[in-house]
Design a protein around this ligand. Structure first.
Ligand code: FDA
Length: 309
């Protein structure tokens, strides 16, 4: 992995840099390209705009690595509130939510998994009442087993809960096989964390793995959610969709807010369902740094704004 990317991903974990950046108003214009805003009203507004242009949405209330039960309760309340605020827009899952288990308490030293599961359950109940769905984001590889365990527990009551799998992990083809059964919602992404070679492919091998995982998911019986901006991965998916006779309601493409909007519209124009991942909230720093790591070209602009703040 290039040094700059590694450095950016390491800084994404710095609480000090995070609070400095999040307090600076001057970086907001750069951040606004990737984040809907800091309030629920901002999230609802952006969701309405995207829905009216034919896109679907998954909302992410920003924040990760909660270090107290109070903090996780506030996150649950924020999710339940935004699901209610979206009201009818969520019907049929057109606007759903994405959740990081670390924001729900997974990393708490005592009973982290149990707390995260109970918190996730409350969000799932609100989603069920609004006729929408929830997808679990995937974080670094030390959490994969626990996240998949929580997924299984949730699916016993809410079979529509989805999960993200990361093609850069060497284990992921196996996880795709395990999760390719009827109704299983799996978001396939490349993976956004700095992972060691002992568990993760590097460089081009990630693309090879992404293609293999796509093939497993698209030839399975589940509902693949193809999360990538990479034109090569998108055309590999489109070939497989045709080869597997997939109907447009049996899969979807997903992209992040602010990245390749013209491609988002083109995919909708050619009859595909497309969902945009829309983050909102004040704790945007870690999310934003992972986006910078994917595209260091945006870095100079960001640093200049931060320095002058
Ligand atoms: P790649 O990084 O190779 O980029 C391909 C092309 O896309 C680039 O050449 C450029 O044109 C454009 N591009 C990509 N990133 C850009 C950026 N930041 N700014 C501008 N242009 C950019 N990861 C994870 O570990 N856990 C998760 O739960 C999720 N969830 C998730 C949901 C959704 C809907 C998406 C789209 C992605 C994720 N990710 C994720 C992130 C994912 O793992 C990955 O880091 C990014 O999507 C970038 O990978 P690409 O497949 O886009 O390819």
């Amino acid at each position: 992995m290039p040094i700059l990317r590694r450095l950016l991903l390491a800084s994404a974990r710095s609480a000090k840099l995070g609070s400095l950046a999040e307090r600076s108003r001057l970086v907001r214009p750069v951040v606004d390209r990737f984040v809907a805003g800091s309030s629920e009203a901002d999230a609802v507004h952006t969701t309405g705009r995207l829905l009216s242009s034919g896109l679907n949405v998954t909302l992410d209330f920003l924040g990760e690595d909660a270090d107290s039960a109070e903090q996780t309760a506030a996150t649950v309340a924020a999710y339940c509130s935004v699901i209610n605020a979206l009201g009818r827009a969520t019907a049929g899952g057109r606007a759903e939510v994405s959740v990081k288990l670390s924001a729900l308490g997974q990393a708490l030293p005592r009973d982290g998994d149990k707390i995260a599961l109970e918190n996730a359950r409350q969000i799932c109940e609100a989603a069920a009442a609004a006729d929408t769905t929830v997808t679990l984001d995937m974080e670094d590889h030390t959490t994969t087993d626990r996240t998949l365990g929580t997924l299984q527990d949730l699916r016993a009551d809410f079979p529509w809960v989805g999960v993200a799998l990361q093609a850069y992990l060497t284990r992921t083809a196996g996880d795709c096989r395990d999760l390719s059964g009827p109704g299983s919602r799996v978001r396939l992404c490349k993976g956004a964390y700095a992972e060691p070679t002992s568990v993760a492919y590097q460089g081009n091998a990630v693309n090879d793995s992404y293609r293999s995982c796509l093939e497993i998911l698209l030839s399975g019986e589940g509902y693949p959610m193809i999360a990538t901006h990479d034109p090569k991965m998108i055309s590999a998916a489109r070939e497989l969709i045709v080869r597997q006779n997939r109907t447009p309601d049996s899969y979807e493409f997903q992209m992040l807010l602010g990245i390749r909007p013209e491609e988002q519209r083109a995919l909708v124009g050619s009859g595909n369902r497309v969902r945009i991942y829309v983050p909102y909230g004040g704790q945007w720093y870690a999310y934003f740094m992972r986006r910078l790591a994917e595209r260091p070209a945006n870095l100079t602009f960001f640093l200049r704004a931060l320095a002058s703040g």
